[in-house]
Design a protein around this ligand. Structure first.
Ligand code: MN
Length: 300
């Protein structure tokens, strides 16, 4: 069997298994296709679980918007207790950051106003629909410290034009996160300091008890709109004083009871950009520039 016919056979088998799982009346999630043969592999996104050899497999990333009154005001909206709103990031937007390290975080394309948002993250090991507030925290396996990185100019621009603003929120590497800490060890995060520094200077500084909607209320509200599933994680919103970072800046984040999260913003553009800045470029990067006429680098 040559490679081409092998590929086609594998694809056909994969589709056949997929069709067999999609029985009428059976709304099976994508994971039910396990065992189907595929022409390539898609890596599973996971988050380390502190003190464990297990990792947490991520299904969906939900994010709540404007969940601190002062941040709602700085975004130009009324912080009255209107229902919380949610958006999603793609699962593979996760960037795992180990405690005690400073992870390189790539400055993304297309933006000139790249913002940090420090947030508490809750990770679910069970799900459901219409989950009552009183039992919502039973679904939380663990908590982590996360960053909801935002291309603010694109987020605002698309919003102003009443277009979907995914390009401002849901891009590659937009969800740096520390390891998960089990709720059985940390307890619930209903209060405690949450802060963020850039280059050692305090930028965001608030208390988790200033959330408009608690984590339990967020889970309950989310489950009215979506059936929550094991593997879902929820970014619970950021306090006021979000702001921009540029290449070279170091972000340090903190929530009481979790290890700090540190990232350094690095330029990840085409090596041509380094040529224009007269920075040293390795021979291998030089070869990556061929053909030279395309070696313009991204606009800065
Ligand atoms: Mn956010």
């Amino acid at each position: 069997m040559d490679r081409r016919s092998l590929f086609e056979t594998t694809t056909t088998l994969g589709l056949g298994a997929l069709a067999a799982s999609a029985l009428p009346g059976c709304a099976l999630p994508g994971a039910a296709q396990t065992g189907a043969k595929t022409p390539f592999n898609v890596p599973l996104t996971t988050i380390p679980i502190f003190g464990s050899e297990q990792v947490f497999p991520v299904r969906r990333i939900y994010c709540i918007g404007r969940n601190y009154a002062a941040h709602a005001r700085e975004m130009g909206s009324d912080p009255t207790r209107e229902p919380p709103f949610f958006f999603q990031k793609p699962t593979d937007a996760i960037q795992n950051v180990a405690p005690g390290t400073v992870a390189d975080h790539p400055y993304p394309s297309l933006t000139k106003n790249y913002h940090y948002e420090v947030e508490l993250v809750a990770a679910l090991h069970t799900g459901g629909r219409n989950i009552p507030i009183a039992t919502a925290l039973d679904h939380v396996l663990a908590y982590a410290l996360g960053l909801d990185m935002t291309r603010r100019d694109l987020r605002r621009g698309m919003g102003d034009e009443k277009k979907p603003w995914e390009i401002g929120k849901s891009f590659d590497h937009s969800a740096p996160i520390g390891p998960l800490h089990r709720a059985t060890q940390t307890g619930p995060f209903t209060q405690g300091a949450i802060w963020l520094k850039v280059n050692g200077q305090l930028k965001q500084n608030a208390n988790l008890n200033q959330m408009i909607w608690s984590v339990a209320e967020q889970i309950s509200k989310l489950s009215e709109a979506f059936e929550l599933m094991p593997g879902d994680i929820v970014y619970s919103g950021t306090p006021e004083n979000v702001g921009p970072v540029v290449k070279g800046d170091v972000i340090e984040c903190h929530i009481d009871g979790l290890p700090n999260l540190n990232v350094k913003i690095v330029w990840a553009g085409h090596p041509g950009a380094a040529y224009r800045r007269r920075e040293p470029v390795s021979p291998s990067a030089h070869r990556a520039c061929w053909p030279r006429r395309r070696c313009q680098g991204p606009a800065r």
